[in-house]
Write a new protein. Structure first.
Length: 82
């Protein structure tokens, strides 16, 4: 993180209200990847994990921001507010 110039921000442990986005991502990951997709084995499920966040943020259409994927919607917000 230091090499990329990213500052690590810590939140209070066991306080979901201060860490809402991370808590929501974990909840979505469990619901849609872990329990939502059928995998024949735990090994197959673990092998599928690196692909899932990319699918979730890029090609997956979303109904709220005019059908844009979450990543496209965020990029549009960033471009429009600078």
């Amino acid at each position: 993180m230091r090499w990329l110039g990213i500052r690590h921000i810590y939140t209070r442990p066991y306080t979901p209200r201060t860490n809402g986005k991370a808590e929501r991502f974990i909840q979505t990951l469990l619901r849609n990847w872990h329990y939502g997709l059928a995998h024949p084995t735990s090994t197959a499920r673990n092998a599928d994990l690196p692909r899932w966040p990319d699918w979730f943020n890029r090609p997956r259409p979303h109904s709220a921001p005019n059908g844009l994927s979450p990543l496209s919607a965020v990029n549009n917000l960033v471009r429009n507010h600078t």
